[in-house]
Design a binder for this molecule. Structure first.
Ligand code: PLP
Length: 445
């Protein structure tokens, strides 16, 4: 250990110290470059060192960096809320700003419960979520997360929210054949609601494309439409957790747009500021806000740093950048090239079982055998070995699933900045191929 900061050592016991970043590259203090093929934790959506963002940060810092949200609002916060409403369109118009994705989902949970209280139905206070999901690390957010590894140490503190299976067609949790299953995993929502009683349920929460818990699991067409219908039938709010997928990552502003489904509450984080400053949001429709405004008049949530002007100005500059450079449309186009490239490389290695994703969010799942889909034993620590090899070859990929027995195979996420250029995509492919080849040789596969 050569450092006193509590950052998990990965590379030979020592974490590289980054000196600066530009575009899709990060550089350590020894001059080594790393192609950021995961945008950090699927966050640096417009890449590193973008001048316009640095400028916006400076300009805001010269005006005011902090005002307390219960005393003031700011130009930056108001403009950001307007910009989000403009980009998202539709009924999601009211933004409540927080500092992290976990706080955003925790806030969404609280808003959903408060909504029903204000409507005189305080018993409607449970949230249904899915196994294979990640909604954050704070206790409310973790309670909703079906992520065994992150839950296991804290289970005694967690609300045991009921969970339904995820649409993980590569290994169907209901052991049905995709295409002929009648979307049985979506129907499970209705089964769950009938068991628990709609009178006890405030909301259902889901990531449109499952990220950290499953590596870019894209649901079949019709899945989200069915879930939304069930929510409406039983008068349950639908929360889309778009912390990872939101603001262009999948080739739409919100990933839920792919299926024409409008949530009652949406959460954003990560790409909302592209990692330039911590900020996240829970955004609600008029329907959700109205009883709260007619009742206690404010949302029971918030943090000291909520809506701080500096982060708001940075996020606004990032959204302006996305907008003026047509990054969402470009993400859709680059995503197709990325998908083809990763699929082609996937065919070259016997231990790549599945390449899946949408837009610029891809997951790669590793198996012992392509035909049987037999996962690697968890003790082989395949995900971490591949990540380590990547780092050694100047490629950053993101751990998505460790390969919990009977739940998932080992998997990583590849999700470069939406700004990645064609030549850099080719370089990403070279470094990925090399990473896999060295992993294969060292593992004796
Ligand atoms: N929700 C989703 C879908 C996420 O992917 C994450 C983080 O990976 C979170 C919530 C939590 O966000 P944060 O790490 O900013 O607290």
């Amino acid at each position: 250990m050569n450092s006193t900061s509590l950052i998990k050592p990965v590379l030979n016991g020592v974490y590289p110290v980054i000196s600066h970043g530009k575009g899709v590259f990060l550089y350590d203090k020894d001059g080594k470059d790393y192609l950021d093929a995961s945008s950090g934790a699927v966050t640096a959506n417009i890449g590193h060192g973008v001048e316009e963002i640095n400028q916006a940060m400076l300009e805001q810092a010269e005006k005011v960096s902090f005002v307390y949200r219960s005393q003031f609002t700011s130009d930056a916060a108001e403009k950001l809320a307007d910009k989000l409403a403009l980009l998202i369109k539709g009924k999601l118009q009211w933004s409540f700003f927080v500092n992290s994705g976990s706080e955003a989902t925790e806030t969404a949970l609280k808003i959903a419960i408060q909504y029903w209280q204000e409507k005189g139905q305080p018993r409607k206070n449970r949230i249904i979520s899915r196994w294979m999901s990640y909604h954050g690390i704070t206790l409310g957010a973790l309670s909703m997360s079906g992520h065994p590894l992150r839950r296991e140490r804290f289970t005694s503190l967690l609300e045991s929210y009921p969970s339904i299976p995820a649409p993980y067609c590569y290994r169907c949790p209901l052991q049905l054949e995709p295409g002929t299953c009648g979307l049985a995993c979506a129907n499970e929502l209705e089964v769950s609601i009938l068991r628990i009683g709609a009178d006890n349920i405030a909301a259902f929460i889901a990531e449109p494309v499952i990220g950290a818990a499953g590596a870019a699991i894209v649901p079949p067409d019709g899945y989200f439409q069915k879930l939304k219908q069930i929510c409406e039938k039983y008068d349950i709010l639908f929360i889309a957790d778009e912390v990872m997928t939101g603001m262009g990552r999948t080739g739409k502003v919100l990933a839920s747009e792919h299926w024409g489904v409008e949530p009652d509450i949406v959460t954003l984080g990560k790409g909302m500021s592209g990692g330039y400053s911590p900020i996240a949001a829970a955004i609600v429709t008029e329907k959700v806000l109205e009883p709260i405004m007619n009742g206690s008049k404010s949302i029971m949530g918030g943090h000291t740093f909520s809506a701080n002007p500096l982060s708001c100005a940075v996020s606004l500059a990032v959204l302006d950048y996305l907008d003026t450079n047509d990054m969402v449309e470009k993400a859709e186009k680059s995503g197709k090239i990325l998908g083809e490239l990763l699929s082609k490389i996937g065919e070259e290695f016997s231990f790549i079982g599945d390449v899946r994703g949408k837009g610029m969010l891809y997951g790669i799942e590793f198996v012992m055998d392509k035909k049987t889909k037999k996962p690697f034993p968890i003790q082989m620590d395949v995900t971490n070995k591949i990540i380590k090899q990547g780092m050694e070859h100047g490629l950053i990929v993101y751990p998505a699933a460790a390969g919990e027995e009977g739940i998932t195979g080992a998997a990583v996420i590849i999700a470069p900045p939406l700004t990645i250029r064609p030549a850099e995509l080719i370089e990403l492919g070279h470094r990925w191929r090399k990473t896999l080849q060295v992993f294969k040789d060292t593992a004796g596969l």
